[in-house]
Design a protein around this ligand. Sequence first.
Ligand code: ADE
Length: 235
Amino acid sequence: MSVHIGGQPGDIAERVLLPGDPMRAKWIAETFLQDAKCYTQVRGMLGFTGTYQGVPVSVQGSGMGMPSASIYTHELINEYGVKSVIRIGSCGALAPDLQLGDVVAAIGSATDSNMNRSRFDGLIDYAPVADFGLLRTAVEVAERQGTAIRVGPILAADAFYTDRPDLYDALADYGVLAVEMESAAIYTIAARYGAKALTILTVSDHIKTGAKMDSAQREQGFGDMVRIGLETAIT
Ligand code: ADE
């Protein structure tokens, strides 16, 4: 086992879906995977491996925020040989024309986090980006499934609650679609250690209008996103 994951080598598939919420990992495993087995409960951050259409897939909770997501991404790739990581999660919309339930694929991830600045000694603004092959596959899968998918840049923020909504307006002016809290770190770590990464999100709230999904909308919307993520993972 690694420091934060209780599985043995071989317990985790090369293709991993990475929801932030461990209970969502459980729901995905129980709802979408065959023969799913829990391989870790360390710190309540559940992980499961099963098969999807006959292909081994794991689903690992990553927790909230970049420090937590970094730990799981790093250990999955470096200790368990994971080759592709697809974050699935929720986001707050910044683009005025996004609606609750819309699915977003993050081509790149701006961030206010210091994690990448410190990697490059404050001298480079590294641009964390999605793996192009995974992104293209996700778009094709969504089209086949009849789910609209919006591709564009997002913001990975350190704080859920902000005192600077003006910065969110400025980012929207530059075409940034939405805000979440993990993608920049996941993209960076995957790039650093030779794995592929993609982030697919469902709009759960709108920063400008204050609209929020209810639980029924969440389940349906998240189901569409999970199907895109799983189909992309096994392609
Ligand atoms: N995830 C879902 N909604 C969010 C928001 N408004 N800010 C950051 N992350 C989010």
